[in-house]
Design a binder for this molecule. Sequence first.
Ligand SMILES: C[S@@+](CC[C@H](N)C(=O)[O-])C[C@H]1O[C@@H](n2cnc3c(N)ncnc32)[C@H](O)[C@@H]1O
Length: 301
Amino acid sequence: MYTTTQLETQDIKRGEIPTTFHKLILGNCMSMEEIPSNSIHLMVTSPPYFNSPFDYKGLFKNYEQYLGVLKNAAKEIYRVLQDGRIAVLNIDDMLVNGDKFPIVADATRIFVDAGFRYRDRVLWKKPDGYLRISRRSGVLLQNPYPMYFYPDNLLESIVIFQKGRFNYRSISEEIRQLSKIDTKEFSNKKWYMTLWEMVNVLPNSQLEKGIAAFPEELPYRIIKLFSYVGETVLDPFAGSGTTMKIARDLYRNSIGIEIKKSVVPVIKEKLGFGNKMNLLNNKNDRFEIIYRKSGKYGSIS
Ligand SMILES: C[S@@+](CC[C@H](N)C(=O)[O-])C[C@H]1O[C@@H](n2cnc3c(N)ncnc32)[C@H](O)[C@@H]1O
């Protein structure tokens, strides 16, 4: 599990911590008008689950509307990402009223159609005790006969896309060294496999209440693996701001887009710009909120 104390073992020593900038745009990420083209170094996000019975019941009129949101977001993500850079989706197929929607396959097609190369897929395995949807496997225990098999889902996908190819020579030796990956952590925690065992955010966690947040470990691995110190990480479905927080902890800048105004205090606190400060962070770091005027791409309360 990722902990902030790991930061102390990094190459960057306290006292020479780079200053980082964090911007939260309150509005709909189908437009990213504030973000210039080719300006983002990494995108990592978890879009809302299509009409999840827990978090987003009835949010979308139908599946086509949901895919339309992903299509518009993919187009904008492609525009704002620099050439060669990575976009990561944490996403999974969704069971709604007994039908399973093939979101991973459809989202992959959408991102490829937007121009991305499909680079990899890692499966996130939650601990055995975790069950998001009610125990579907219980159906077979009550009816121990063929045709009653409905497995419990412990997996989510982490799908990795790339905009063209990366120019490794574009990074200075100094920045490469500052961004070096700890190979012990890489090996011991088995980052090298396509199965990542990570503990989910616990249901009683206060800050993420009502937000389907991913664990800090997820953006921690992605940011370390696919961005350099001082670069800018985007999360267009920011939620509680987990990606932005880890970007700050790892000396990257961040931009988050979130449609719900009500999460602002959560994001501020999580990033350490509220009342609680994280002593490891640089106190010169800056946090800015852009409130879009209401309208087609405005925010909701
Ligand atoms: C799965 S949550 C993201 C959770 C986040 N990864 C975290 O760790 O807290 C998806 C978020 O996307 C937001 N959202 C949904 N549609 C959006 C849109 N069109 N534009 C921006 N944000 C949106 C929801 O309000 C929700 O907070």
